[in-house]
Design a protein around this ligand. Structure first.
Ligand code: HEM
Length: 484
């Protein structure tokens, strides 16, 4: 008996003294039944503002339950790097929102941006890289320049048909120009602005871009789905009209003329050739990849619209861009991409717009049990990267609330971007379209301001931390200027 007691006491001493591995979850607000902490996000204009406010209470990494989904929000650059770079492979998933499935033929893994990480995604990214991230010295860069400048000339022709000096609904025209830049560059095809089917798909792409940039309660409370059935049907319908158009007006022609013996003439040919060579790619992958990239034009068009709100609000910024473009072109030609290094203020205005619009990074999801800053993160946890804080936090910028493109220009007049400024994210899932965005938006902004003074009689409001403006938005007034 005594031996047994001694053994038990020794076991107890060993057990209590043994170092224990305790699973620490990051602190955070206590969830309410059913809705979790969704109500806390509703108290701010944007969820990202709510995240910043909550980080002041719970710290730079905190847990939050949205509906019944466990989430972690990461609020400083060091920890954001841990998620996106050091542990990028462990956070390569995406949320399973019903809306995402509806947009991509019932399976969000058809989409490049909304799929989980996979070897297929690696292949799809690598096919796209040469076209979507053209190097300065490449043939593709020359192509982007040519396509961009030609499409913007057509835009100028269309603008001249509008009543000058009066408010004009200009977004559809800018989007049509962007759409033609993308279809011409990626598919060697462009469309007349009056083509009704083209107008329709440009509109639907824009509706989808707006849609993807919104948050809905149903994303976290799927039992609300019956109340959203009409909305979900609308999303599926937009996507299927777009898909049919791409198939009939672009892919079918390319298939008929495809010659495997010659190098691909564009991105569509490259995708079709890949389909013939790679047993892991199927027909669906090709259609959805092309659709994803063509859809990128809405992002460019919306960025231009947001930039124009700044132009309207700060006329002195417009004047500086005009001075830059006039001095580079001497009024004898249109600006182009090879003028970029001589037009830092124009480029800096686009960066400053991206900073102040604080484009949110699509949520990531942990694909395995892992940690952030030592806190346990279970597989399936959704991770929000709060780049709103990186873009407007007082720790990162001087006078962050000021719209000041100068902050991106160094003393020697070149563009400088601090490493914490990641509007296109970083790591494995970084934006593939970022170079196209920079090129096309530069050409449009520089050319529009070369030819027009732009103002507005409408209230040009944009939502904080949102790159999208509503499909039906403010009108702008274009007044032709004397080109110097
Ligand atoms: C204003 C314009 C744009 C902004 C601010 C932007 C920003 C972003 C951001 C923040 C991400 C998420 C990265 C992550 O999850 O870590 C992303 C992903 C992506 N973007 Fe963009 N983007 C823009 C335009 C474009 C365009 C024009 C294209 C196509 C030509 C494009 C293609 C993609 C793709 C395919 C992904 C998904 C990458 C992946 O998940 O592997 N983006 N973008």
């Amino acid at each position: 008996m005594i031996t047994l007691i001694v053994v038990l006491v020794l076991f107890l001493v060993w057990w209590l003294g043994k170092p224990k591995k305790i699973a620490f979850t990051a602190p955070g607000p206590k969830p309410w039944p059913i809705i979790g902490s969704l109500h806390l996000l509703g108290q701010h204009e944007s969820p990202f503002e709510a995240f910043t406010a909550l980080s002041k209470i719970y710290g730079d990494v905190f847990s939050i339950t949205l509906g019944s989904t466990p989430c972690v929000v990461v609020n400083n650059f060091k920890l954001i790097r841990e998620v996106l770079i050091t542990k990028g492979a462990e956070f390569g998933g995406r949320p399973n929102f019903m809306r995402f499935h509806k947009l991509f033929g019932g399976d969000r893994n058809n989409s490049l941006a909304l799929c989980d990480w996979s070897s297929l995604q690696k292949t799809r990214r690598s096919i796209a890289r040469i076209y979507c991230a053209p190097k300065f010295t490449s043939l593709q860069y020359d192509d982007v320049n040519k396509v961009g400048t030609e499409a913007v000339e057509v835009l100028l022709v269309e603008l001249r048909k509008q009543p000058m000096g009066q408010p004009v609904q200009v977004k559809p025209l800018i989007l049509a120009a962007c759409a033609n830049m993308f279809t011409q560059y990626m598919c060697s095809t462009s469309f007349d602005y009056r083509n009704v089917e083209f107008q329709k798909i440009v509109r639907y792409f824009d509706e989808i871009f707006w849609e993807i940039n919104q948050g809905y309660a149903v994303d976290f409370l799927p039992w609300l789905l019956p109340f959203y059935s009409g909305h979900m049907r609308k999303i599926s319908d937009w996507a299927s009209v777009i898909r049919k158009f791409i198939l009939a007006r672009i892919i079918d022609q390319h298939r008929a003329s495809l010659d495997p013996g010659v190098p691909p003439k564009d991105f569509t040919d490259a995708l079709l050739l890949h389909l013939e060579e790679d047993p892991n790619m199927n027909w669906q992958h090709i259609i959805f990849e092309l659709e994803d990239f063509l859809g990128g034009h809405s992002a460019v068009g919306n960025l231009v619209m947001v930039t124009l709100t700044a132009i309207v609000k700060y006329p002195e910024i417009a004047k500086r861009i005009q001075a830059e473009v006039d001095s580079v072109t001497a009024g004898t030609r249109y600006p182009n991409l090879f003028d970029r290094s001589a037009m830092p203020f124009t480029e800096a205005t686009l960066w400053e717009t991206l900073r102040t619009a604080s484009s949110p990074i699509v949520p990531h999801v942990a694909t395995t049990d892992t940690e952030i800053d030592g806190y346990t993160v279970k597989k399936g946890t959704m991770v929000f990267v709060n780049n709103y804080e990186l873009n407007v936090g007082a720790d990162y910028w001087k006078n962050p609330q000021e719209f000041n493109p100068e902050r991106f220009i160094s003393e020697d007049g070149t563009i400088v971007k601090p490493s914490h400024f990641i509007p296109f994210s970083t790591g494995k899932r970084t934006c593939i379209g970022q170079r196209l965005v920079q090129c096309f938006s530069f050409i449009i902004l520089a050319t529009l301001l070369q030819h027009y003074d732009i103002s507005s009689t409408d209230k040009c409001e944009v939502k904080p931390s949102c790159m999208a403006v509503p499909p039906d938005c403010f009108r702008l007034v274009f007044t032709p200027r004397q080109v110097h």
